[in-house]
Design a protein around this ligand. Structure first.
Ligand SMILES: *Cc1c(COP(=O)(O)O)cnc(C)c1O
Length: 420
């Protein structure tokens, strides 16, 4: 990089100076571009894009995506509530929980969202209470092996997600006996799928199963679309996937006898690239093995490098013409806390602002207060204007949920003799 680093047209250094660091910044132009790319790829089928709320749940992002035409993929009742609060209609939200109580599912039904059920026992309960009066969807595990890190693979044989396609006979028994009204079939095989053939294999399994369900309204292929984290990463070829899946889908609809919606549930694809985590270099610390750059953030703010071995590109935006040197960029948490080993950065000086890229998806939403650290602010850059969309936390936020006990609560047993 040899020039000023811009986010949505605004210099990153200016954003850091105005809002402070650490700071999450989201460029809406990138979200719009990705959304359009997805719609273009599937332009000849009735496409429903359900944004995966868990990837980035700021209300302003949810509103922006709804404005673009997206629905919402919610995995908890809280995400359902957040979606409703952001202005999504209940019928635009699909609730795909895993391992939740029946009470949570009942709450979702009360709120009017479609529930995507992922185990047979829950289907039985759902059927016993609602029969055919409340339609629902089912999540199928097609056992397609795909995905990046094993934590984010969901289609393998040991996966806790979904109803196995090998349980088909049992599933059909329950559906018929409980008189369930199934309006959607769903799969989500995991993240970081490279090959459109994987989707097509999964699709064939759902198409075959779909013949047993006459009342379907949609088939949902989940997500797992891979985006570039390294500059030369191979990514999901969305046009290729869109073309192949769409044409097979249309064929299927013709056989099925009716047009269905084709749903996808992108998180990363829509919001990964839009996000940058801006941090400040606190210390430059040469050791006998490397030169560490310690920054004013850590795995508490962006856990992906530590949790998934994820690569996030890092740039020094304050010294674009500096000599390139080799650094290890680490956070301030008392725990192994590395953002990147052996990175070439333009010479880093104390106080320089570093940009950690592709931090939009699973950045802020996975952040926490470990080490009693406060979470960063979030800023949205829209049409060249920067707006604060979540304020930085304060100490009061850490204390807000604690219930302090009276000192007298502790006095009854004095184990230590008083000092004389
Ligand atoms: C996490 C998740 C997604 C989004 O996955 P990405 O890799 O971020 O696109 C979609 N659907 C379901 C059910 C999920 O759990």
């Amino acid at each position: 990089m040899n020039e000023q680093y811009l986010i949505g047209g605004v210099p990153a250094e200016e954003l850091a100076a105005q809002f402070g660091t650490p700071l999450y910044v989201y460029d809406t132009g990138t979200i719009r571009r990705q959304y359009r790319k997805m719609c273009d790829a599937f332009h000849f089928v009735p496409l429903k894009v359900k944004f995966a709320c868990k990837s980035l749940n700021n209300l302003s992002i949810l509103k922006l995506l709804r404005g673009l035409g997206a629905g919402l993929d919610a995995v908890s009742i809280e995400e359902v509530q957040l979606g409703l609060f952001a202005g999504y209609r209940a019928d635009e939200i699909l609730f795909t929980p895993n391992g939740v109580s029946f009470e949570e599912i009942q709450e979702a039904v009360r709120l009017g969202v479609t529930v995507n059920i992922d185990n047979i026992a829950m289907l039985e309960r759902f059927g016993n209470v609602y029969g055919s009066t409340v339609p629902c969807a089912i999540r199928i595990t097609p056992h397609i092996e795909a995905g990046g890190h094993h934590h984010i693979q969901t289609g393998h044989i040991d996966s806790k997600f979904g109803i196995s396609i090998f349980q088909r006979r049992h599933l059909m028994r329950v559906v018929k006996t409980c008189d369930l009204n199934i309006i959607g079939l769903h799969m989500h095989t995991g993240s970081d799928i490279l090959d459109s053939q994987v989707f097509l294999q999964g699709a064939e399994i759902l198409f075959d199963l779909a013949k047993e369900f006459p009342h379907l309204r949609f088939i949902d292929f989940g997500s797992g679309f891979k985006v570039a984290y390294k500059p030369d990463d191979v990514v999901t070829d969305m046009d290729d996937l869109g073309r192949n899946l769409s044409s097979r889908f249309l064929e299927f609809c013709a056989e099925y006898g009716r047009d269905l919606d084709l749903c996808v549930e992108p998180g990363k694809f829509l919001v990964s690239e839009c996000g940058t985590l801006l941090v400040k270099a606190n210390v430059i610390k040469p050791t006998i093995s490397t030169v560490f750059v310690g920054v004013d953030s850590g795995q508490n703010h962006l856990i992906r490098p530590m949790f998934y071995d994820a690569y996030h590109h890092i740039m020094n935006v304050s010294n674009p013409y500096g000599l390139q040197r080799v650094y290890t960029v680490v956070g301030y948490i008392c725990e192994t806390d590395t953002f990147g080993w052996d990175r070439k950065l333009n010479e880093v000086r104390e106080g320089d602002i570093l940009a950690i890229r592709n931090a939009g998806a699973y950045g802020f939403t996975m952040s926490n207060n470990y080490n009693s650290r406060l979470r960063p602010a979030e800023v949205m850059v829209h049409d060249g204007r920067a707006a604060l969309i979540r304020r930085r936390e304060k100490l009061e936020d850490l204390l807000a949920t604690q219930v302090p006990l009276e000192d007298s609560f502790f006095v009854h047993h004095t184990e230590r003799p008083a000092l004389v």
